[in-house]
Design a protein around this ligand. Structure first.
Ligand SMILES: O=C(O)CCC(=O)C(=O)O
Length: 284
């Protein structure tokens, strides 16, 4: 049998022929800053990125999500005294900067294959009286056994200050390196940080929402990301309207799945998914 293809990767550019892979805005971050972030992340399993959102941006997020916080969690994991908003991109543009912040993308660019995906974007409001959430990892539902490299990463953004008693995310320092070990409750350490900061952690790190022993809610937004060959938690290609896809940044569009993991993953009818955004594809 003769063929001009010796490896499937020879086809890597074919589907992406019309739409070349777009550059990540993570490239705008000083390499020394990102390398320092990465070193802390690899050592501890998490890194705090301070002061990334302005007071105006925080106010915009608070105003936009307040009317969406209309129900409590349905089980102990979601939290009976916790309010969550899913499918955030279809409901407000105010959290876009959280999904595509260049400082975060610069880390993702270093950790994962090109065209990594957004796996989850969620608002989490922990109300006074909420108990500590079950400790968990964010990629434990993918079968490959630990210890292994993280298959994804998460950010949790403090929209309110995170304090030691208001439900700040608890992390287990260094647990990203563990094999099958599970943590004890006594190993929890709250991530204390000011509003506008985020904690970035590997999806292998054990963590959970903290107990809210204060008198005020703790508002946060979390964005999770995964390798481009994994199925994201939120099925964004099914749930995100075409109008929303057009409205978001090129980075978000790529992370929603309007991108190809070479040579074929993510195709639509044998073509690049961005063809769906062309005017003549409106009827699809
Ligand atoms: O709200 C938090 O601080 C953490 C929440 C979390 O890890 C989750 O719900 O998966």
């Amino acid at each position: 049998m003769s063929t001009d293809v010796s490896s499937l990767m020879d086809l890597g550019g074919d589907l992406a022929g019309t739409y070349r892979r777009t550059a990540s805005s993570g490239a705008s971050i000083d390499a020394a800053v990102s390398e320092a972030d990465l070193a802390a992340l690899q050592r501890d399993g998490y890194v705090i990125l301070p002061d990334l959102l302005t007071p105006a941006e925080l106010g915009e997020i608070r105003d936009a999500v307040a009317p969406l916080l209309d129900r409590h969690g349905r089980n102990g994991f979601e939290g009976r005294m916790t309010q969550r908003v899913y499918s955030v991109l279809n409901k407000t543009r105010s959290c876009d900067r959280i999904a595509d912040h260049p400082r975060v993308l610069a880390l993702l660019d270093r950790l994962f294959l090109p065209n990594y995906l957004l796996s989850m974007l969620q608002v989490i409001n922990i109300l006074p009286g909420e108990r500590a959430q079950l400790l968990h990892t964010d990629d434990g539902f993918y079968p490959p056994p630990r210890p292994r490299a993280a298959l994804g990463a998460a950010t949790i953004w403090a929209i309110d200050d995170f304090t030691a008693d208001n439900g700040a995310t608890d992390i287990i320092l260094g647990s990203h390196l563990w094999g099958q070990r599970t943590p004890a409750e006594t190993e929890r350490e709250p991530v204390v940080m000011e509003a506008g900061s985020c904690v970035f952690f590997l999806s292998t790190l054990w963590h959970g929402g903290g107990a809210n022993r204060s008198a005020a809610p703790r508002l946060a937004v979390t964005a999770q990301y995964c390798e481009p060959w994994l199925r994201p938690q939120e099925a964004f290609t099914l749930s995100t309207t075409r109008d929303t896809v057009r409205a978001v940044s090129e980075d978000i569009r790529r992370m929603l799945g309007y991108s190809i993991h070479p040579p074929f993953i993510g195709q639509v009818d044998g073509m690049h998914p961005k063809r769906l955004l062309e005017p003549r594809a409106q009827a699809l």
